[in-house]
Design a protein around this ligand. Structure first.
Ligand SMILES: C[S@@+](CC[C@H](N)C(=O)[O-])C[C@H]1O[C@@H](n2cnc3c(N)ncnc32)[C@H](O)[C@@H]1O
Length: 276
């Protein structure tokens, strides 16, 4: 557990938690790889919002792209905001501002942002429409909403041991049991349209673990997160898996890591919408 974790400030619906292992996954992210679809639309001077910013690794790149404009990162978890503030200070990103808050009740003025982005946030918030309505309220007319969210069913590991694919299905069901949306990445354009935005961009890409170092990281991350007692207990509690299944998956995960040419990929859908 991260020493700065505050268990009380995380809602029960957020599945991933704030362990050091999960933070190591977020640490690998940046705006160039995780918000590439949005960067071409950002210009110096814009005011940008990053919802569910976590430790802010993506927010820093957004701040660089709009400098001297500001990027505001918001997350419901204080420990994440503290990490983001420290990183902004250390990196000299004076135009990156962070605060705690709920994406369904944004503490910002109406029509006050040129663009709002979220990465792996809509998939975790049960009430998608509430977030999209709040973003619409705080965007200026003509402002952009951007999201990159997981597509669980298109994510894979190779060699594709059938039982390991079953582990992915169980992870998706665990998310759903917590009110999350593991397929949100491919629903984005429809969700944006239903919320009253026009859609100006749609794409998909993979977070790819293809080098031996990546495979070792993905294996270690899976062991520490998916096989953590908390995750195993939750899956068993919801009737999604048994201890025997987890034991088998754990064995296969080692086999996958040791297979020549092993790769794994998380699929992401991306979309940009415009407020009328
Ligand atoms: C998977 S992490 C993604 C962090 C970051 N965007 C990234 O991709 O590196 C999801 C983040 O969303 C935050 N979060 C979840 N529900 C939220 C809500 N309703 N309001 C604000 N933040 C929320 C969590 O605290 C967590 O830090």
């Amino acid at each position: 557990m991260n020493s700065k974790q505050n268990p009380d400030s995380a809602t029960a619906s957020y599945t991933m938690g704030y362990s050091d292992e999960f933070l190591q996954l977020l640490d690998r992210r940046n705006a160039e790889t995780n918000a590439a679809h949005l960067l071409a639309h950002l210009k110096p001077g814009m005011r940008v919002l990053d919802l569910g910013c976590g430790p802010g690794t993506i927010s820093m790149g957004l701040a660089k792209a709009v400098d001297p404009g500001e990027t505001h990162g918001i997350d419901m978890e204080e420990s994440q905001i503290e990490i983001a503030r420290a990183a902004a200070g250390a990196g000299g990103h004076r135009n990156a501002v962070f605060r705690t808050g709920d994406a369904t009740r944004l503490p910002y003025e109406d029509s006050s942002f040129d663009a709002a982005h979220c990465h792996a946030l809509l998939m975790h918030v049960p009430d998608t429409d509430a977030v999209l309505a709040e973003v619409k309220r705080v965007l200026k007319p003509g402002g952009l909403i951007s999201a990159r969210e997981m597509i669980g069913s298109s994510s894979f590991s190779e060699p594709a041991f059938e039982a390991l694919a079953d582990a992915w299905v169980t992870f998706a069901k665990l998310l759903e049991a917590n009110g999350s949306h593991p397929e949100m990445g491919k629903e984005l354009p429809r969700r944006f349209l239903e919320a009253g935005y026009s859609v100006i961009h749609g794409s998909a890409s993979f977070e790819y673990f293809g080098t031996p170092e990546d495979v070792a990281f993905y294996h270690a991350f899976s062991v520490s997160w998916f096989f953590a007692p908390k995750t195993v207990e939750a899956a068993i509690k919801y009737g999604l898996a048994t201890q025997e299944k987890f034991d088998n998956w754990r064995r296969l995960l080692d086999q996958w890591r040791d297979s020549p040419g092993a790769v794994s990929a998380i699929a992401w859908g991306e979309a940009i919408g415009r407020k009328p």
